[in-house]
Write a protein that binds this ligand. Structure first.
Ligand SMILES: *Cc1c(COP(=O)(O)O)cnc(C)c1O
Length: 469
């Protein structure tokens, strides 16, 4: 290769010996039948181009080899980038893994509305135009005790729409303890600015008093607001103004009181043995005029943002032209409606709703599963990996109850070197159905809390042997 003349000769050589596009196509009726002549010809041409440009004579340029590569490339191009994965991270509502898994009822409803036209915005009694919110509004009002509700694409959109409608060009005093950033670039101050409002910071990070709000109120003040501090908790010498106190102040000043709840939970989770968290309905009882929350956090539904509260305010919010840009589609509304209906039946909720089923799984049951799976996984891994069933802690995720972990059980894998552990973690992610765990403290931890497809996990771990070889 050091001699440039030889290299040039080599290239000319490969060009002369390459088969023609036609001869490859004639030899591959099977793949042209599957992908069609147009796509296969283009891919064959691209493959021949790559071979022509490759330096040296060591390339396999047989027709069989070219067909093999073409088929691989066509398969890879058709592979969806959006895949099912097995979430063994220990975070039940993992934002990067798509948050809540939907119940079967919601999946069936999605299939129905996706496969035929629906009365999404069509009033079947009059034959005139309908309102898409109506498919879920009554249910929300029934479950949390509000007069009205409207739905948007997510909770960030909900906040944007509420603030833009009720407070554009106005000021909003917010406690410094609530100016939160919720991962993935959602920051309360940024949303306020984009909504056209001016944020007025009051109090300090750890302590905010009612008088701080009182002093900030002036004729430009548009509303009072409380933001649920979702993903952190300030502990120690703290003071926050309660919803009740703020509601009373807002009322006396004639201002709307808005609460961004983040993770809206419709039931008391302590009933199911989970840590207690404020219920959405209680913010309304405490005097909130409007609340906003996510559909795919603790609620366990599709990605959506729910805005509920006083009828006159909800009507103004719904009439904002921005609503058109933020509205949910029929698939979201169909799924949300089915998820909300499950809440009418608290006795079966923990069975029917996957989010709650995962969160309430009996730790003894998870331990049994870990003891069952540890030897299965060990058998499929090279000798340098040790697998043990071990207690661990799950998190709810998505900012709900950030400091309360739930006892769980999992598979803990150790190895002699960090590189081997990373290779294993990469291997798990390269599976046809990737398995996502967590490396911490020189261990790969697979929390089994969310594993409800055990046979799929076993099937995937059998494929690991080959991947790691
Ligand atoms: C999660 C969260 C949001 C953003 O909700 P998305 O549905 O992710 O848009 C807003 N506010 C609070 C307090 C949150 O916890």
């Amino acid at each position: 290769m050091d001699n440039p003349k030889l290299q040039i000769l080599g290239e000319t050589d490969i060009r002369r010996r390459l088969p023609s596009v036609d001869s490859v196509l004639r030899a591959s009726p099977r793949i042209t039948e599957q992908w069609g002549n147009t796509r296969v010809s283009a891919e064959v041409r691209a493959e021949l181009g790559r071979l022509r440009n490759s330096i040296g004579n060591d390339k396999d340029i047989s027709v069989d080899s070219i067909i093999y590569n073409v088929e691989q490339n066509l398969n890879a191009a058709d592979d969806s980038t959006l895949k099912q994965v097995i979430n063994l991270t220990g975070t039940v509502l993992h934002t990067n893994l798509g948050r809540a898994v939907l119940p079967q009822q919601a999946i069936d409803a999605i299939t129905k509305v996706a496969s035929m036209p629906t009365n999404l915005e069509y009033d079947l009694s009059t034959g005139g135009r309908g309102e898409r919110d109506e498919h879920v509004e009554a249910l929300i009002c029934e479950l949390i005790g509000t007069e009205a509700a409207t739905i948007v694409n997510n909770n960030a959109a909900a906040l944007l729409l509420v603030l833009n409608t009720l407070a554009e060009n106005g000021e909003i005093p917010v406690s410094r303890g609530e100016l939160v950033e919720i991962g993935g670039s959602f920051r309360v101050p940024d949303i306020m600015q984009r909504s056209g409002c001016t944020l007025v910071e009051v109090g300090t990070t750890n302590r905010t008093h009612l008088k701080d709000y009182q002093q900030a109120i002036n004729p430009r003040t548009a509303l009072l607001m409380k933001v649920h501090t979702s993903n952190y908790e300030i502990q120690g010498f703290t003071k926050a103004v309660s919803e009740r106190e703020l509601a009373a102040l807002a009322k006396s000043e004639g201002l709307p009181f808005v609460v961004d709840l983040g993770s809206g939970n419709l039931t008391d989770f302590s009933v199911y043995g989970l840590p207690k968290e404020a219920i959405t309905g209680s913010a309304i009882q405490n005097g909130a005029d409007v609340v906003t929350f996510s559909g795919d956090k603790l609620l366990g539904g599709p990605q959506s943002g729910i805005i509920a509260g006083r009828k006159d305010l909800i009507e103004r919010i719904r009439d904002n032209p921005l609503k058109r840009a933020l509205r949910p589609d029929k698939i979201t509304l169909a799924a949300l409606s089915e998820v909300l209906k499950l809440y009418r039946h608290p006795e079966t909720l923990a069975q029917e709703l996957p989010t709650l089923r995962f969160l309430t799984r009996d730790v003894a049951d998870i331990e049994k599963q870990a003891l069952r799976l540890a030897p299965v996984l060990a058998k499929n891994l090279p000798k340098e990996y040790q697998v043990v069933a071990m207690a661990c802690l799950s998190q709810i995720g998505s900012g709900a109850l950030p400091i309360q972990n739930i006892p769980s059980f999992g598979l803990t894998i150790t190895s002699t070197t960090d590189a081997q552990l990373r290779a294993l973690s990469n291997g798990f992610r390269a599976l046809p159905c990737p398995v996502i765990g967590r490396i911490s403290d020189k261990k790969l931890q697979l929390d089994l809390r969310c594993l409800d497809c055990e046979s799929l996990f076993i099937e995937q771990s059998c494929k690991l042997t080959e991947l790691l070889a």
